[in-house]
Design a binder for this molecule. Structure first.
Ligand code: FAD
Ligand code: SF4
Length: 466
């Protein structure tokens, strides 16, 4: 037993070196560190960490295997409940999920569950023969999935395990959703995402890219083609804007566009043709993971100063705490309790400065965070040459507009039954960001898995217990 109150430290690249490139910042545990950290786990009988994991991973079980040096067994145990352990080990907000209830956190830091999950997955992928075929008996019933992000992949994997014939339709030319076009390389290397997606596809799913469900192919056409159920895991890719004067100026980006150019289109690589305004002074509006990722990306593109402009205080920042710490180490300037009210440009139409107003916090709102309100006569101006708006996203209305019976709520989320993910259209299920709005990888995966089980129940009844 390791009685240390602190987690074993995970090495990271020095901030002054890492801000000059897009390589991964956190380096992961080596074998000795992983076993040392695993030995902090008490293997509690009541397993509070498992209950707090949205996909119910057997956490003490896999940590037990790491303690015993059986790393592949640890990985296989995680894989029973999660198709993306190398991804989740890196990006899950463990501090508000499994680690938040870890018994070790009562008198010190929680067990580093995420780091251990990442370790087990990374060890698996180090092996040569890492793509395993699925030997499950097929039932020949076809299910279509729209979207290849965490929700779609998790739904696909669960359906494949249950014997279904699964086809995933993805509108982009590459699978992975936000994992490939949103979260930057320095936090989640695309090679890691690729190997986990390949592993899921190798289970037996057919992947069809550059196919927009609701446009290239309508949902009713999928049923006509013999699919018996459809799962929509199409995410929330439509950016919200500030709706203030000057938002159309050159150099003003939505975070979606900014990060897609950088991640999917590799704008940071001089050999790629993707254009991007780099900016010497860059402002990012927002305080979530998307805002922090945009800020750290702007720094790596060569900005001299990056300001994160956030209308609440540091305590309310919704971003993952490790990313906030890394951003502070890297020199991102946090302009808290500040909100832009106007964007100003030069005679050529390029952004030159913004006008902001100072904010103060009042009572808690429905999100449980204190509501910000503007302080009268507190406006001030800030010079900058790129502004990135990262204040949230909503689902693209394409599918709901083009599919009869599919109903959405007042902010554009698909309406589904809580326990099954069934939409208002028979045999059509949905989960992930398209239902909840922008949330987390693991919640999207949990929703995909839940819908897969519900689809299985429904189709079993239809086919009289196939
Ligand atoms: P997505 O990942 O958005 O995948 C949806 C897929 O559907 C996409 O590939 C899209 O191209 C495709 N699609 C859309 N419309 C159609 C259509 N009509 N037909 C076919 N395909 C379609 N979460 C964390 O847990 N930790 C983090 O650190 C974190 N950081 C983030 C950083 C950024 C920059 C962003 C943007 C998000 C971050 N998130 C993070 C949130 C997390 O990535 C999402 O909650 C998660 O990816 C949602 O999964 P999803 O499968 O519902 O949707
Ligand atoms: Fe281990 Fe913490 Fe889970 Fe207990 S709560 S089993 S100590 S990880």
């Amino acid at each position: 037993m390791n009685l240390s109150k602190q987690k074993v430290v995970m090495p990271t690249v020095d901030p002054q070196i890492r801000i000059k490139n897009f390589e991964e910042v956190s380096l992961g545990y080596d074998t000795d560190d992983a076993i040392l950290e695993a030995n902090r786990c008490l293997e509690c009988k009541h397993k509070p960490c498992v209950a707090a994991c949205p996909v119910g991973i057997d956490i003490p079980g896999f940590i037990h295997q790491i303690k015993a040096g059986k790393f592949e067994k640890a990985y296989q145990l995680i894989l029973r409940d999660s198709v993306l352990p190398a991804v989740c080990g890196r990006v899950c907000p463990q501090e508000v999920q499994c680690e938040s209830v870890c018994v070790r956190s009562i008198k010190g830091e929680a067990v580093a569950i995420g780091r251990l999950e990442r370790f087990a997955a990374d060890m698996h992928y180090l092996k040569d023969n890492n793509l395993e075929e699925n030997s499950i008996k097929k039932n020949k019933i076809k299910v279509a999935i729209a979207g290849s992000g965490p929700a779609g992949l998790s739904c696909a994997s669960q359906l494949l395990n249950l014997g279904y014939d699964v086809t995933i339709y993805e509108s982009l030319h590459e699978a992975g959703g936000v994992l490939v076009y949103g979260i930057p390389e320095f936090r989640l290397p695309k090679s890691v995402v690729k190997q986990e997606i390949e592993q899921s596809i190798k289970q037996g799913a057919t992947l069809k890219t550059s196919m927009i469900i609701g446009q290239t192919l309508y949902i009713d056409e999928l049923f006509e083609q013999g699919f018996e159920a459809v799962f929509l895991g199409t995410g929330a890719g439509l950016p919200k804007f500030l709706n203030i004067k000057g938002e159309g100026l050159n150099g003003v980006y939505s975070a979606n566009e900014f990060l897609t150019r950088i991640n999917l289109m590799k704008a940071y690589n001089e050999e790629q043709a993707t254009p991007i305004y780099k900016g010497e002074i860059v402002g990012i509006v927002g305080g979530g993971n998307v805002a922090i990722d945009s800020a750290r990306s702007a720094l790596r593109l060569g900005a001299k100063e990056v300001h994160l402009i956030y209308r609440r205080s540091l305590e309310e920042l919704p971003a993952r705490s490790e990313e906030v710490e890394h951003a502070i180490e890297e020199g991102i300037i946090f302009d808290i309790l500040t909100h832009p009210v106007e964007i100003m440009g030069d005679e050529k139409g390029f952004v030159k400065k913004i006008k902001c107003i100072k904010m103060e916090l009042g009572e808690k709102d429905s999100s449980g965070r204190r509501r910000p309100s503007a302080i009268k006569d507190s406006e001030f101006e800030m010079n900058l040459d790129v502004l990135v708006v990262a204040i949230g996203t909503t689902p693209n209305p394409l599918i709901s507009q083009n599919t009869e019976q599919l109903k959405i709520n007042n902010w554009g989320g698909l309406i589904v039954e809580k326990d099954t993910g069934l939409t208002t259209k028979e045999y059509v299920y949905a989960g992930g960001d398209v239902v909840t709005g922008s949330a987390t990888v693991i919640l999207a995966m949990g929703a995909g898995k839940k819908a897969a089980n519900a689809i299985d129940q429904k189709l079993k009844i239809k086919h009289k217990n196939i």
